[in-house]
Design a protein around this ligand. Sequence first.
Ligand SMILES: Cc1cc2nc3c(=O)[nH]c(=O)nc-3n(C[C@H](O)[C@H](O)[C@H](O)COP(=O)(O)OP(=O)(O)OC[C@H]3O[C@@H](n4cnc5c(N)ncnc54)[C@H](O)[C@@H]3O)c2cc1C
Length: 417
Amino acid sequence: MAEAAQPSATIIGAGIIGICCASYLQRAGYAVEILDPEPPGTMCSYGNAGGICPGSCIPIAGPGMLRNLPGWLMDKEGPLHIRLAYLPALLPWLLRFLAAGRVAEVRRISSAMRALHAPTFACYEPLLRASGSTDLLAKRGQLFVYESADGPAHDAFGLSLRRDAGVKVEILDQSDLRDLEPALAPIFRSAVFLPEQGQCANPGRLVANLARAVERDGGIIRRTRVHAITMQDGKPASLATDQGTRPVETLVVAAGAWSAPLARQLGCKVPLETERGYHAMVAGADTGLRTQTIWAERKFVAAPMEEGIRFAGTVELAGLAAPPNMRRADLLLRQGRRMLRHVPEGTVGRWMGHRPSLPDSLPVISASPHHDNVFFAFGHGHMGLIGGSVTGRLIADLVSGAPPVIDPAPYRVDRFH
Ligand SMILES: Cc1cc2nc3c(=O)[nH]c(=O)nc-3n(C[C@H](O)[C@H](O)[C@H](O)COP(=O)(O)OP(=O)(O)OC[C@H]3O[C@@H](n4cnc5c(N)ncnc54)[C@H](O)[C@@H]3O)c2cc1C
């Protein structure tokens, strides 16, 4: 009897999401080809804060948002910046974003976030083992630190969401905090510690390792951009790329912040924006900080990485085309130096990345409602590293028809209509 031909899948995008999809599709028996003009993991997945946190279940838009917005926008050192010229284009997304901040919506979104993030370690485990990357994940917990003594009380709603979701939460006073992280400057008087969270010591290296394992196992990674999707018999049959035409059997769109035009060509209109974020990284600097720590009032992260200390965060709404404003990275460095007792001098790297963000803080992980050979995996916003492994597994389940690892309903591509 002739052997059945191996099924194949083409993935557009070699960020953490595309590479995790490829890894899991290989495990489900698919031959995979990944198309991306950039080397794997060198766009948004490169410079993030490295948090891999099963207990991340607080949507970005919340009930207090509207009250805080004017103050943040007026404050040049605040965590949010909107380029005025971009406001008209942004407005429809912004209105949806604010609507997602209503209490009932926040509760619904929070439980979908928790469902997606809770199995993150379990879904990363086989990928880390197979790619020799287990050293890159440390489960040391995550700290939110406050200058005010009653900081956690101001975040009571968020804490209740975490507790309701079964996330372990510990409230620390100044002396507990000093014992846990003596490297922090003595300006912080209270903290929340989430002991079950994890930290990746080098997100760029993680994606590169996972990509090498995909290639070792027979996958092909082509450095080429997809320009157009060609239909035949009512469904995608090939892709027009910089290097000519590539045939397609099953297609997964995982092009991060650049996914919307591809989805539109496939009949799906999604309100995808980019929340641009920055980092300043002091190479070789050992500050003594062990835990990924968020300055809660200023909303940025100090992340100890294998190559130094990384201060990452801020949201800049200015679209995909505007050049970076590295003053935002400099601001992170200044604030980072206030946050820690000692940040040694060292070479400072400044970086900007495009978070792919949907207004309800949830990604699209979905079969297409129009074509049975098309799947979408994008829009992970602030949490793509956390969501990467489970997204890869869920996409492989949807493609192969296996029972889905989690209920895919909250992440449907057509939920915005
Ligand atoms: C400052 C900052 C801190 C962050 N901290 C964290 C954190 O601690 N934890 C966490 O979980 N997340 C964090 N994130 C978010 C996380 O980095 C993103 O959600 C994640 O990287 C998105 O991955 P992706 O694969 O969708 O996108 P990307 O990594 O951007 O990959 C998309 C790929 O698609 C390719 N592409 C685009 N268009 C085409 C095309 N037409 N043809 C072919 N290829 C194409 C691009 O070249 C790119 O390589 C942070 C983000 C920022 C900016």
